[in-house]
Design a protein around this ligand. Structure first.
Ligand code: ATP
Length: 477
């Protein structure tokens, strides 16, 4: 399992999908850069989400709010006071950990050792301590259960303290006139503060949604989970505003719609599950995660939350502006209720990557053979087609470039003439290109080429004139 995960990380790097940030300086912890193919894949995933939210729903519109927001936004939202994790430091290794995660790991260990009674007991104690925000109790659990620092191996712990996850910086040139602002820890608030603007200018009628894709920042303390948990990441969030009392219906609808959306990308349905939140945030009256079965276990990819009127009411209180909607159908003014769908683009990226990466054994009796393939859904594949002249001479490259020119306005394509054709096919398999178009001597005579299908490796002879339509039919949404 670990090997499979290592394989994902190294394949992502080797083929230009994901690099550690500022790698020449040995990287920056929990920050990553997307390379030439990663950026394409990410864009395709964004497009898939945006189209299915904004383009396919008459009553959902998209915005692009700024990362910086008025500091009062985060007081109203509760992030200044409440967006924190309970941290504990080991005095010997000087390493900082999330107290609840250290305890979770101990619970896992009890389970693995067959001590399920102990595991259940500790889980219950942990939930109780978290619910009561009882930091002293968290520390007591760590001591009682002899939890040691994974680095130093000692139990020399500090007290447990709350650590706010927001990154703060100064706005304004002069220190004395400077005001503390935050990098947004979620994109949702940019939607809530624009509720009135969008509703009025877009003449939106409830129920309606506002969608947004953008960066979010969290000073996460644990690292080493590749792009599962990053300090700078991207969210795709949609807030759906509904009449109070109808929220459970909409919650159910979005819960089902969102899972279908994931499944349409081609993963097995057993790889996904719902996980209902046992502990609800103070503002939520229902919440569920969609989890994916990663090589290291099920992890949240998307959350669907019924957030009541909490956010709009808080902004009403802090801004003094009426965050209300006049509903002509019931002839009433009210603060709308909200169903949120919130997905991490980077986690989705990893889901797709883990699900698509296949090591195929192609051995026959005559010889051993294998290939590495990224079996992306053609619609999200970073490169749609590669045009390959069989040889570097006799005008085949010119003909290949001519074909390339007819395709590249519509699709992201590659041209490759280096190495034997079999090797070139393997290179395209490894980056998930669904179609390889090979130009050979027959092409010069009859304007046909072979098109090779990534998954079946089958080849068929087609007219150049049909290529555009053939690819289009298979890579469109
Ligand atoms: P977790 O419990 O895993 O920390 P969360 O419950 O804090 O996640 P939300 O605040 O609900 O996450 O954020 C919505 C989505 O944003 C998550 O489902 C996840 O896909 C993504 N996300 C949250 N934090 C990170 C992060 N540090 N790095 C990458 N993606 C993240």
């Amino acid at each position: 399992i670990d090997d499979f995960f290592k394989n994902i990380v190294s394949h992502a790097k080797e083929y230009g999908f994901v690099f550690p940030s500022s790698e020449i300086y040995d990287g920056l912890s929990a920050v990553y850069d997307y390379g030439q193919l990663g950026a394409e894949l990410k864009n395709n995933l964004k497009t898939y989400w945006w189209k299915s939210m904004v383009q396919l729903n008459e009553n959902i519109v998209g915005i692009d709010a700024a990362i910086f927001m008025h500091p009062n936004t985060w007081k109203a939202s509760g992030h200044v006071d409440g967006f924190s994790d309970p941290m504990i430091d080991n005095k010997d290794s000087k390493k900082r950990y999330r107290a609840d995660q250290l305890i979770e790991e101990k619970i896992d260990r009890y389970e693995k050792d067959g001590k399920s009674d102990k595991a259940a007991e500790l889980q219950e104690a942990l939930d109780a301590a978290l619910n009561a925000d009882d930091l002293a109790q968290l520390k007591a659990l760590i001591e009682e259960h002899n939890i040691v620092c994974p680095v130093s191996g000692t139990k020399n712990w500090t007290d447990v303290r709350q650590f706010n996850l927001m990154f703060a910086t100064q706005m304004g040139a002069m220190a004395d006139g400077a005001e503390q602002v935050y990098l947004r820890p979620e994109t949702a608030q940019g939607i809530f503060v624009n509720f009135l603007n969008v509703q009025k200018t877009g003449r939106m009628k409830i129920p309606f949604g506002i969608a947004q894709i953008g960066k979010a920042f969290r000073n996460e303390v644990i690292a080493r989970q590749f792009i599962i948990r990053m300090r700078e990441f991207e969210q795709m969030e949609m807030q759906f505003f509904v009449r109070p009392g109808t929220e459970m219906e909409w919650y159910q609808k979005w819960k089902e719609t969102r899972l279908k959306w994931h499944l349409a990308l081609g993963a097995d349905s057993e790889k996904y599950r719902y996980h209902d939140h046992a502990k609800l945030a103070h503002y939520a009256n229902a919440a569920v995660d969609i989890e994916y079965d990663f090589p290291f276990g099920f992890k949240e990819v998307e959350g669907i939350h019924s957030r009541t009127d909490f956010d709009l009411s808080q902004h009403q209180k802090f801004s003094g502006k009426k965050m209300q909607y006049f509903d002509p159908e019931v002839n009433q003014n009210y603060v709308p209720y909200v169903i949120e769908t919130s997905i991490g683009l980077d986690r989705l990226f990893l889901t797709i990557f883990a699900n698509s990466l296949v090591n195929e054994d192609l051995s026959t009796e005559a010889k051993q053979d294998s290939r590495v393939v990224l079996k992306f859904h053609p619609a999200i594949a970073p490169v749609k087609a590669a045009v390959l002249p069989l040889t570097k001479k006799d005008g085949l490259p010119d003909k290949a470039r001519e074909i390339l020119a007819t395709l590249k306005m519509d699709f992201n394509t590659q041209y490759d003439e280096k190495d034997a054709i079999g090797k070139r096919y393997r290179r395209q398999d490894a980056i998930g290109t669904p179609y390889c178009i090979t130009v050979d001597y027959q092409t010069l005579e009859d304007d046909t080429v072979t098109i090779r299908h990534r998954d079946s490796m089958e080849q068929e002879r087609v007219a150049i004139a049909d290529l555009q339509r053939l690819i289009q039919d298979n890579v469109s949404w």
